[in-house]
Design a protein around this ligand. Structure first.
Ligand SMILES: [Zn+2]
Length: 365
């Protein structure tokens, strides 16, 4: 889904990308304009309205991104697709108050725009705050109606995003508020159930009355997203709560600098171990032999060479008390295949990248 994004610019050092499926929006504009026999002016006003809608969505995302920056969290990019915008933050803060502030900042932007337009409409025009007909898009050619449409749109964005279900901001707000009382994990479970319950109500409403068909579709979407968010959080909790001492492999082969590759290949072929740590004569870790090196050696069948000739400096050590989360991040950031788990100067076990990935894939969380 995220493939095929086109970069359209960079604001506050944050790249803004547009998904290819945005072409559907252009198709929709074209379709709506022709079926309603819009004049050229009406079509231009309609396009202007759609662009304004996406501008408001971008501003909403910048609300999240800039609030996150206040807490030292950068935003990788902001992606726009026909179903909305996403600000992809580098990480989600663990402090519920920070998460709350970041989640609130988006809808707050729409609230501010709405208040600003409310004042503007009250000052300049007579009559109500909302367009005289929400269905009649022809009215968009009149500035007084255009501005009312934009006001209504921001009110809708504000309310929609506050629906207390993932992936809406309201879901995150609810979760962070609950987190303060019951902790992140339980809060996610509660928030997920509330979101799923709400989604179910939307779907039932749609079944009972076809007028609510769009609401029903939103309900289905919320239901699926709530579930995947729940799985995500569960996995993060598993990574955070698991200590290296719980999962490290205590039985492993120590490769000496003086060994040769045939020896390593022999052990590798037994299938139990894929990546190896290399020790010097004093018993200190001096490097690693990643699976890649062994496969390369196996394929090219070179004359046997010494371990000391082909050794990767990419090796790290962590303590048994470190979490699997820290280790996984470290492995990925440094491109390391095996970690030594050491306490003081003694090695207690190893953590292999394959092992971690197997655990995650199994869904053991
Ligand atoms: Zn948002």
């Amino acid at each position: 889904m995220w493939k095929g994004n086109i970069k359209i610019g960079r604001v506050f050092q944050i790249p803004i990308l547009i998904n290819w499926s945005f072409a559907l929006v252009i198709l929709f504009i074209f379709y709506a304009s022709t079926t309603r026999n819009f004049t050229l002016q009406e079509s231009i006003a309609f396009v202007g309205y759609v662009l304004t809608l996406f501008l408001c969505v971008v501003l909403h995302e910048f609300g999240h991104a800039l609030m996150a920056r206040r807490y030292g969290i950068e935003t990788r990019d902001i992606i726009l697709s026909p179903i909305g915008g996403v600000a992809r933050l580098e990480s989600i803060p663990e402090d519920p108050k920070k998460e709350l502030m970041i989640a609130v900042a988006g809808p707050l932007v729409n609230a501010c725009i709405a208040v600003f337009l409310w004042i503007l409409i009250k000052m300049i025009y007579e009559g109500g705050m909302f367009p005289s007909s929400m269905e009649n898009l022809r009215l968009l050619v009149y500035p007084s109606e255009f501005i009312r449409f934009v006001f209504a749109m921001n009110v809708a964005l504000f309310i929609f995003n506050l629906v207390p279900a993932f992936p809406m901001d309201g879901g995150r707000i609810l979760r962070s508020l609950l987190s303060i009382w019951v902790g992140h994990n339980k809060a996610t479970t509660f928030a997920t159930w509330i979101g799923k319950g709400l989604a179910l109500i939307f779907v039932i409403m749609a079944i009972m009355n076809s007028q609510y068909i769009v609401l029903g579709m939103i309900g289905l979407f919320i239901f699926m997203m709530a579930h995947s968010e729940y799985r995500n959080v569960k996995m993060m909790a598993f990574l955070r709560e698991t200590k290296l001492s719980d999962i490290m492999e205590e039985e492993f082969t120590r490769i000496a600098l003086s060994d040769d590759y045939d020896h390593v290949l022999n052990i590798y072929n037994k299938g139990e171990e894929k990546n190896f740590l290399v020790f010097n004569a004093q018993g200190q870790i001096v490097g690693a032999i990643p699976e890649l090196f062994i496969q390369d050696y196996k394929k090219n069948q070179e004359e046997t060479c010494a371990v000391s000739d082909r050794i990767s400096a990419g090796v790290g050590v962590m303590e048994p008390e470190n979490s699997l989360y820290d280790a996984y991040r470290f492995l990925n950031a440094e491109g390391i295949s095996i970690l030594g788990v050491t306490l003081g100067n003694t090695i207690q076990g190893v953590l292999d990248r394959n092992m971690v990935e197997r655990l995650i894939k199994k869904g053991k969380y």
